[in-house]
Write a protein that binds this ligand. Structure first.
Ligand SMILES: Cc1cc2nc3c(=O)[nH]c(=O)nc-3n(C[C@H](O)[C@H](O)[C@H](O)COP(=O)(O)O)c2cc1C
Length: 334
């Protein structure tokens, strides 16, 4: 079947559908990213999920085996650690050495690393939670930008703006290829995002129920049952807003934020990533803060990654047909 779309994002990555499987802490493994790439998308393995740089290198090699050499990407969180150790450069060294061609950066400003990526021929997609950061990223010379809206799982920004607004505002503000994310999980939304001026979409939450995500089935079954009101924002008091699944652990954190406003030290033991890893392992989701977006309402079945992508593509085709039928000229028989 002919691809449905040709956009600057399908061209940049050489992919069938303009859809990105964005980095997921602990979960965007070689198996997951390999499945995304084999289904015709671009996927990013999360470097921070590997216990050290050697494990990341092994993960890159494993992903290459799964994709049969088709390109894939690595997600690198740009951050400055409290003790001043540079934890980003060793990851970049590994990515360059291993011949990875695509990187998704997130977090802080990637300026210090752009030249190294460019010299190595790596295309950089920088992810931001707002239009002004998108403009900044464009000025730094990144190849494409992802703008995430308020509905997104993970970090929707300190001042979350709905994806519908963020998409158009970003499309009008920048010239480089634009990906939008946040609550997107269907082919109809993909078509809508392109109509708003984006070149593609990124999804995180929608893919959490794919068979290739290693997390315990009970967690995925919870997601299948979840609706659009089953997530909440927290950690606004740390200026580190997150959207996560409503769980007992999350309610406890929100209570601390209320009762001990401004006491970051009281929060820190409860927001460590190890809680999430344990919950994914055991399936006891109530005991952790697990990033999750409002688009969880579309994660309605545990199935292979490729089956989810087939559905998204079929929905996109059906939406285009529907739009065509709504077009005044075609409705009048032309
Ligand atoms: C479980 C989960 C873990 C995530 N971990 C990361 C991460 O480690 N790095 C990152 O850049 N983004 C991370 N994100 C954000 C996603 O890459 C993506 O931006 C977001 O999921 C898009 O919004 P959506 O969830 O509405 O699809 C995570 C999201 C989820 C749901």
């Amino acid at each position: 079947m002919q691809p449905v779309f040709k956009t600057r994002i399908t061209e940049l990555y050489g992919i069938r559908l303009p859809v990105i499987a964005s980095g997921l802490m602990w979960l965007a493994t070689p198996e997951y990213v390999g499945a995304a790439v084999n289904a015709g998308l671009m996927g990013f393995m999360t470097a921070a999920s590997f216990k050290n740089v050697d494990a990341l290198r092994a993960g890159i090699q494993r992903c290459r085996e799964i994709t049969g050499g088709k390109p894939f990407g690595v997600n690198i969180m740009i951050r400055t650690s409290r003790d001043g150790t540079d934890r980003v450069t060793p990851l970049i060294d590994a990515v360059i050495d291993e011949g990875v061609r695509f990187v998704e950066t997130a977090g802080h400003n990637p300026e210090a690393y752009i030249k190294r990526f460019k010299d190595a021929g790596i295309k950089v997609l920088h992810k931001v939670p707002g239009v002004r950061y998108a403009k900044k990223a464009e000025s730094l010379g990144v190849d494409a930008v992802t703008v995430v809206g308020a509905e997104a799982g993970g970090h929707p920004g300190v001042e979350p703006v709905g994806t519908m607004v963020a998409a158009v505002a970003a499309a009008r503000a920048i010239k480089i290829p634009l990906i939008v994310a946040g609550g997107i999980g269907t082919g109809d939304q993909l078509v809508a995002a392109l109509a708003l001026g984006a070149d593609g979409v990124a999804m995180g939450t929608r893919f959490l129920v794919s068979e290739e995500v290693w997390a315990d089935r009970r967690y995925k079954e919870r997601l299948v049952k979840a609706g659009e009101t089953d997530t909440t924002l927290l950690l606004q008091s740390m200026r580190n807003t997150q959207r996560a699944l409503k769980t007992e652990h999350v309610s406890m954190i929100q209570q601390i934020e209320k009762d001990q406003a401004g006491d970051t030290a009281a929060l820190l033991p409860h927001i460590m990533g190890t809680h999430a890893h344990a919950a994914y392992t055991t399936g006891d989701y109530e005991k952790a803060m697990l990033s999750c977006g409002q688009g969880v309402v579309f994660a309605d079945k545990i199935e292979p990654f490729a089956a989810i992508v087939d559905r998204i593509e079929a929905e996109a085709r059906a939406t285009l047909t529907r739009l065509d039928s709504l077009h005044a000229q075609s409705a009048a028989g032309k």
